[in-house]
Design a protein around this ligand. Structure first.
Ligand code: SF4
Length: 205
């Protein structure tokens, strides 16, 4: 344990290399590997989730599992090219609990989020996105403050020193957990609506 070994003023590839050996919290023991952010070096839009899931942990890449596919669909419907974005997470190791043979997502705690935050701040500093999108409460509260409520303030641009335009919406995994198809379709439409706001700012000067 100790501080995240973040090299100063580093590019994303250098940050990724350094993060591979991070042991600033205990999650490195449980995850297969560090799952660093990826995407265009100077992407206009950065999307930040909570933490890698099972598929991401195995692949070593963010948003490649079911939630990532749903995000791809939502971005496409909103007119945002995922290939032109940068995607990452607040916490870079998969936190899980065993349930039978499965590894079930376990929410990162405040100490783990704090330990990992230097990586996220370094990614933001390196990429300098025009629009920063927090996906879900963990990302929103880590970047916008503990009192931020996604249920109340989703889809609204909020002032922040982190980027010219900052907005929070739900995490795509919350849509996967919807109880029925009607709810899932409705929630997906709302996510697309929020991302369409992002698309609007990307086109702005
Ligand atoms: S979760 Fe973050 S702080 Fe903890 S070991 Fe992994 S990279 Fe380091």
């Amino acid at each position: 344990m100790g501080q995240a070994p973040v090299p100063p003023h580093a590019t994303v590839p250098r940050l990724r290399k350094a993060a591979a050996g991070c042991r600033a919290c205990d999650l490195w023991k449980r995850g297969t590997q560090t799952v660093f952010g990826e995407g265009v070096a100077r992407a206009d839009v950065m999307l930040v989730g909570e933490q890698p899931g099972n598929d991401e942990d195995l692949a070593g890449r963010p948003f490649v599992g079911p939630a990532g596919k749903l995000l791809d669909d939502a971005l496409e419907r909103a007119g945002i090219d995922r290939g032109a974005a940068y995607v990452t997470n607040v916490v870079k190791h998969f936190k899980w609990e065993p349930r039978g043979k499965r590894r079930i997502h376990s929410k990162p705690n405040a100490a783990e989020i704090k330990a990992c935050q230097p990586w996220l701040l370094a990614e933001i500093a390196a990429v300098k996105p025009k629009v920063l999108v927090c996906l879900g409460a963990t990302a929103a509260q880590a970047l916008l403050g503990k009192s931020f409520r996604v249920s109340v303030d989703r889809g609204k641009f909020v002032p922040s020193p982190l980027a010219p335009h900052v907005l929070a919406t739900v995490h795509p995994s919350s849509i996967l957990r919807a109880q029925d198809d009607d709810t899932r379709h409705r929630e997906m439409d709302l996510l697309v609506r929020d991302l369409a706001q992002v698309a609007g700012r990307l086109g702005a000067p």
